[in-house]
Design a protein around this ligand. Structure first.
Ligand SMILES: [Cu+2]
Length: 140
C-alpha cells in the first residue's frame, strides 16, 4: 500500500492548529491593557523544582535528554538506587558485561529502583534501548 495522503493532511492540520494557538496567544498578550499593573504580580514558579526531601538523596540517577545524570555515581555496596526518567521515551539502566543490575524499561516520567552490586568495584552501565547512553557505577 502507498502511504496515504491522509497522514500528511492531518499533520498540516496540526501545524495549522498550533499556528492559530500561537496567534491567539499573541492577540491576548498584546490586547489587554485594561487593569493597569495590579494583575501583573504573579509569583515566580522557579523555586518549585528542587525541593525533594529524600533520605538517600544522592543514590539516584536522573535520565534527561538521553543522558544519565550523574554519569558517574558512587554508592555503598548493595545500595538502593532510584532512577528517574525525565525523557519522553523509555530508557533502562543496564549493567554492562558481568554487572547484573538492570532496571528494565522505565517508562517516560516514571522511576524505578535497582540494587547496586555487593562487591566493591567499578561497574559500567548503559541503556539497552540506546547503547550510546553510558555511565559508571562505583561501589565502595
Ligand atoms: Cu535510553
Amino acid at each position: 500500500m502507498p502511504p496515504s495522503p491522509r497522514t500528511r493532511r492531518s499533520c498540516a492540520a496540526v501545524a495549522a492548529l498550533a499556528l492559530s494557538v500561537l496567534a491567539l496567544a499573541g492577540c491576548s498578550g498584546g490586547g489587554s491593557s485594561a487593569g493597569g499593573h495590579t494583575a501583573s504580580s504573579a509569583p515566580l514558579p522557579a523555586a518549585a523544582s528542587s525541593a525533594a526531601p529524600a533520605a538517600a538523596a544522592k543514590d539516584k540517577i536522573t535520565i534527561d535528554n538521553f543522558k544519565f545524570k550523574p554519569s558517574k555515581l558512587s554508592v555503598k555496596a548493595g545500595a538502593r538506587i532510584t532512577v528517574t526518567n525525565k525523557d519522553t521515551t523509555a530508557h533502562t539502566v543496564t549493567g554492562t558485561g558481568s554487572a547484573k543490575f538492570n532496571t528494565g524499561h522505565i517508562a517516560p516520567g516514571k522511576k524505578k529502583t535497582f540494587t547496586a552490586p555487593k562487591k566493591a568495584g567499578s561497574y559500567p552501565f548503559h541503556c539497552s534501548i540506546h547503547p550510546f547512553m553510558k555511565g559508571t557505577l562505583t561501589v565502595n
